[in-house]
Ligand binder design. Sequence first.
Ligand code: NAD
Ligand code: ZN
Length: 350
Amino acid sequence: MTEKMLAIMKTKPAYGAELVEVDIPKPGPGEVLIKVLATTICGTDLHIYEWNDWAKSRIKPPQIMGHEVAGEVVEVGPGVKDLHVGDYISAETHIVCGKCYACRHNRYHVCQNTKIFGVDMNGVFAHYAIVPAKNAWKNPKGMPPEYAALQEPLGNAVDTVLAGPIAGRSTLITGAGPLGLLGIAVAKASGAYPVIVSEPSEFRRNLAKKVGADYVVNPFEEDPVKFVTDVTDGAGVEVFLEFSGAPKALEQGLRAVTPGGRVSLLGLYPREVTLDFNNLIIFKALEIHGITGRHLWETWYTVSSLIQSGRLNLEPIITHRYKGFEKFEEAFELMRAGKTGKVVFFPHGH
Ligand code: NAD
Ligand code: ZN
């Protein structure tokens, strides 16, 4: 008889998801089975839950959701040599082909054949999950599982913040959602000063302060460009990090950054954006980086070391911890309402 487990599954092409009992999967060649110790909700999971246009075009129910994970290897599939039962791992969620033009230039983060677990195949919101061995990242035993699971989104934040120099640089972060909050933690751990955060939600402005933002501003009540100008004595910020996906925030940040400054763009816009390129980018001689995913595997080394350094203030970012998946609907609805930082499930308790 096959053993059963619980999983949050997108069962139908409609709003929501269901907690269902399914068979514990068997690892195939090149795969391992992990006992999921912690898994966190990402904005992508929320889009799949809400069944937005992107989800409709990409997701094929029924499928187990979730991709950010930390777990213990409990079974090793055929041909897996470098992972063993008992190993404590997280996972790079982008499965790259290794063969395309980008991969052969070591640009795995822009592999054109990328597949993602919880998006293109079953995910990790379950008691047990399959991970391809080549995507496993070994964690030091002492790292708390919720931090280990956070490494994947932290990788996005690290690539955004550390795309150029940051120590001692004045920095504007727009958007203090889960990713922006991780960005604040990385910027502060890396010595950015002052870190100014523009965020309309009071709940998230307060979280931003707890994580270490030096100044917060509500862009719906105050002009963030004037705010930045005042704080920086008229100079503007050296570094502008866009984490909101709001076209208005992009424009304000480009105005607030000093000529010759550096810009990293992570937020994804719901539509095409119109900008005054001449005055906001070209005549300002800005250095602009588009950020997608994480560098494999350089970013993982940086993230792991930053966590182990003890300098990342992650505790205020984890606002909700759930034992088991029973209250998953509450978790998703709170996140939809913007009333969370990161939400963690401990499927087997904690
Ligand atoms: P989120 O939606 O939870 O956070 C966005 C935050 O921006 C919210 O707190 C919101 O209140 C705030 N905001 C809205 N309008 C604003 C404005 N005018 N000025 C300043 N802040 C404003 O999203 P998240 O999960 O934190 O992700 C952040 C962004 O990163 C999203 O756009 C997401 O799609 C994108 N993302 C990109 C990648 C990538 O690889 N490029 C990966 C993951 C997520
Ligand atoms: Zn590839």
